[in-house]
Design a protein around this ligand. Structure first.
Ligand SMILES: *Cc1c(COP(=O)(O)O)cnc(C)c1O
Length: 364
């Protein structure tokens, strides 16, 4: 039961549209739908259902997330992007047919000594410059040989991750690609490869060599944000529409201030609407004065600091606002990327930060 008029509508049709765009960009490569972190905050199963027929596999961060997908009946390959944290997960991987990333020796040792009902398809991760997870390029030959000798391993896919794929001309992109190619050269030539995230998929500056061997890992694109400055073959659609309602309206005098700390001061006599969403819902506390919201067909602007459960909006120039009117915090009319910019963050952070008390409402 939800009486509070605050919710995140999740458009299935937008998910499908964006998955089709990703599919089109991936061309001859295979497409992995990245649904970690509860489908970037959209609801993992809603997302997986909408995009299942456009993707060849799903990826999640860790095994608990993958089990949710299997329990919901999804049969596709599921890649664990961080691999296993402990050897206890390996039998679960074998049982459910999950594909763990192997990024360090501890994980490899655990596989070597595990007793499994079937061998695992694993992803060997190379650290080409992100310096988060993965084998140094010079360790790859040895790690690959160990995996190849291991009866618990059915196949190896080579992968790496870009640190700056969203910056078209960043020198890391080319450097990382070259290091990856060199590292892969010590393995068998016909192995599958995976380097591209959404930004690399879109970027015309990053050349996906050997497309037929590539697995593209796409997350944010499917959720409707283009992380790069490159043009897309078709427009993306916003998937999440975060909405709340006007719950109070008041008139204030020029010189009055609004909200904690009095950081917003009325330059003229003003009308202020109080809206039913705050930082406890995942609306960013650092959103600046002037951050846009969409109300009754008009843009209005944040007035004063974001509070835990409510925000205030200057509606002086918006005609006919009434208590109960819907307010879009982000969606098709104000993009989540635009709000992220106003809060000095990125769309990923806002989408995954929508809190559990906001009901996700799938819509067609
Ligand atoms: C999350 C993640 C992705 C997806 O990134 P997007 O920018 O959302 O496309 C791809 N690869 C790895 C290793 C990730 O952790």
């Amino acid at each position: 039961m939800h009486f509070r008029p605050t919710r995140a509508e999740i458009s299935r049709q937008a998910l499908e549209n964006n998955a089709r765009v990703a599919r089109q960009l991936a061309a001859g490569a295979r497409l992995i739908g990245v649904v970690k972190a509860d489908g970037y905050g959209h609801g993992m199963l809603t997302v997986a259902n909408a995009i299942a027929r456009y993707v060849d596999a799903f990826a999640v961060a860790f095994v608990d997330e993958a089990v949710q997908l299997r329990n919901a009946g999804f049969q596709q390959p599921v890649i664990l992007l961080e691999g296993c944290f402990s050897e206890a997960e390996l039998p679960i991987c074998a049982h459910y047919n999950f594909q763990p990333v192997v990024h360090q020796q501890e994980q490899l040792n655990a596989i070597t000594t595990a007793r499994l009902v079937r061998p695992l398809a694993v992803w060997l991760k190379v650290d080409t410059g992100m310096h988060r997870l993965g084998w140094a390029p010079e360790q790859v030959a040895e790690a690959y040989q160990q995996l190849k000798r291991c009866p618990q391993v059915a196949s190896v896919t080579m992968m790496s991750h870009f640190a700056a794929a969203d910056s078209h001309n960043h020198k890391l992109n080319q450097q990382q690609l070259e290091l990856f190619e060199d590292a892969c050269a010590v393995t068998e030539a016909n192995l599958d490869l995976s380097v591209a995230n959404s930004a690399a998929l879109v970027s015309t500056a990053i050349d996906l060599a050997h497309p037929s061997q590539q697995w593209v890992r796409s997350g944010i694109l499917i959720y409707g944000d283009n992380p790069s400055s490159s043009q897309l073959p078709a427009p993306l659609q916003s998937v999440m529409r975060l909405v709340a309602a006007v719950i109070a309206i008041r008139d204030i005098k020029a010189g009055d201030t609004v909200s904690y700390g009095g950081t917003w001061e009325a330059k003229r006599d003003s009308t202020i609407a109080t809206v039913s969403i705050g930082y406890a819902d995942g609306y960013p506390r650092h959103a600046k004065n002037g951050t846009p919201v969409f109300i009754n067909g008009h843009k209005a602007h944040l007035a004063g600091t974001v509070t835990m459960d409510m925000i205030m909006v200057d509606i002086t120039d918006v005609p006919e606002v009434n208590i109960g009117d819907e307010v879009e915090l982000w969606g098709a009319n104000v993009s989540v990327a635009e709000i992220a910019q106003c809060a000095d963050t990125i769309s990923y952070d806002l989408l995954t930060g929508v809190s559990a008390r906001v009901p996700r409402v799938p819509v067609s």
